[in-house]
Write a protein that binds this ligand. Structure first.
Ligand code: ASP
Ligand code: MG
Length: 470
């Protein structure tokens, strides 16, 4: 029988009821499953912050160690009263935390954090949550075994902080080690390079870990248990008439995630394509015992009457603009700029060119560096290099968007009638998405305008309080 791979998020283990919900979920599968976990809520950020502080101050070591112990041991104490059992589990967690303490001392001594140490330390959020969950499940009668990525051979391309899985190397080892038909608990967020170094899969990467493992074992499905209601026609924090989306295809889910929907890590669907493994999203808070997903993602294309399934946005885009007569036709400029950005690990999210301008979309956190690098090339064909970062990207996503006449016109009409200026448009690069850039201040109004145009009767709209920063 094929495995189902299940992923629980960091917020799934907060209150006393949470563990019992997880147990109920696991029992409902009625067979062994592979469980991937992310760190407890906020732990990865705390570890990151601690790394920075520990370089300068030794007393920070104690602070983070106490915090990690308190957070994890308190959860054990919530669930287990029997003192011997409680002590035994606490000891296991403490031993793992002590491994970390030794590295922290080294970091403080040398005052530096090499990349391989950074990734190793940040992987501890997940290493601790997997040990915690596995130990608690065992106490409550679920036969589960912890399996670390280094033990199952989840091999990456070796890029620190943002690695991809090397499937050719991983498939045989993962298949072999997870072959015992029992329930495994695996920490997400990291794999190991061929040389055995821990490499992180990018922030939010546990979804991607789970998808990668699903591909390796050719799982029946990948089930992500979240504490939100899957994908919807708009962010429910902006509008309270957001419509849940029951079905999406892989490309729609990937584009929505890439353009800001915070449900999935954007790379999650990629490993699933190879064996058409369905991705099912569940809301753990509304679980009633039946395995009924809130959103089902597969390779079937569904065209809905509105064509657009969702409007989404992201603030994490900034524009690097290169101006000069003929930049669009002179060979070499683009190559020089993209090469230097690549050398410094700056990801180019999109490029739009005309005769006199090249506009590169970068992450906000990369824009200053990107600007300095472009300047450092001293390209004589460029008159000016500019940046803009007070912008938001808005995307409309839906199968059939490019083939159906009038969808783009309706989208922009809705935005223009609110007097909103559109700074840049891209259509055609993706079969299922059109995106454009507006000033950050206009973002919420633009999203609302489009949602009204495609999903509602304006009079019936019940608009929630405006929120500008989400
Ligand atoms: N714990 C990691 C992060 O916060 C990975 C994850 O949550 O998926 O980015
Ligand atoms: Mg997460």
């Amino acid at each position: 029988m094929k495995y189902v791979v299940i992923k629980f998020g960091g917020s799934n283990l907060k209150s006393r009821e949470d563990l019992f919900r997880i147990i109920k979920v696991l029992k409902s599968y009625d067979r062994p499953v592979i469980v991937v976990v992310s760190a407890l809520y906020g732990i990865t950020d705390r570890l990151n912050d601690a790394l920075r502080r520990i370089q300068k101050s030794r007393k920070e070591i104690k602070e983070i160690i106490v915090f990690l112990k308190d957070t994890h041991l308190n959860i054990i104490k919530q669930y287990i009263d029997e003192s011997e059992k409680q002590k035994e589990l606490c000891k296991r967690i403490e031993v793992r935390i002590e491994e970390l303490e030794k590295k922290f001392k080294g970091i403080n001594y040398f005052g530096e954090v090499p990349d391989f140490v950074h990734d190793w330390v940040l992987s501890f959020g997940e290493r601790l949550s997997s040990l915690l969950l596995c130990s608690l499940l065992n106490v409550f009668g679920i036969d589960a075994t912890e399996a670390l990525p280094e033990d199952i051979g989840l091999i990456t391309d070796g890029i620190f902080n943002n690695a991809c899985i090397d499937f050719e190397a991983s498939i045989p080892t993962v298949q072999k080690t997870l072959s015992e038909n029992k329930t495994y608990i695996i920490p997400g967020f990291y794999g190991v390079s061929k040389e055995g170094k821990v490499t992180l899969l990018g922030r939010g990467g546990s979804d991607y870990s789970a998808a990668a493992i699903a591909r390796c074992v050719q799982a029946e499905s990948l089930d992500l248990w979240k504490d939100v209601s899957g994908f919807s026609s708009v962010d429910p924090q902006i509008l309270n008439n957001a419509i849940p989306i029951k079905k999406l295809n892989y490309s729609e889910a990937a584009e929505l995630s890439y353009f800001g929907a915070k449900i999935l890590h954007p790379q999650t669907v990629e490993p699933l394509l190879h064996h058409s493994i369905p991705l099912r999203i569940f809301n753990i808070n509304t679980f009633s015992g039946e395995l009924q997903p809130v959103t089902y993602i597969a390779d079937t294309k569904v065209i809905t009457p509105s064509i657009i399934k969702s409007v989404t946005y992201s603030d994490d885009f900034a524009i690097l603009e290169l101006n000069g007569p003929g930049v669009g036709i002179k060979p070499g400029i683009m190559a020089e700029v993209t090469t230097i950005l690549n050398e410094y690990d700056i990801n180019i999210k999109s490029i739009i060119t005309t005769q006199t301008k090249i506009k590169l979309l970068l992450s906000k956190s990369d824009i200053d560096k990107g600007y300095q690098l472009a300047k450092s090339l001293h390209l004589i064909t460029l008159d000016e290099i500019k940046t803009e970062d007070d912008i938001s990207l808005i995307a409309v996503v839906g199968e059939g968007i490019l083939n159906q006449p009038g969808i783009a016109a309706r989208t922009f009409q809705a935005v223009f009638t609110r007097g909103i200026n559109v700074r840049l448009i891209s259509a055609g690069a993706s079969d299922v998405a059109i995106y454009f850039i507006v000033s950050k201040n206009d973002k919420i109004q633009a999203v609302k305008a489009i949602h009204e145009e495609f999903f509602c009767n304006i009079e019936k709209l019940n608009i929630k309080e405006e929120i500008n920063e989400i």
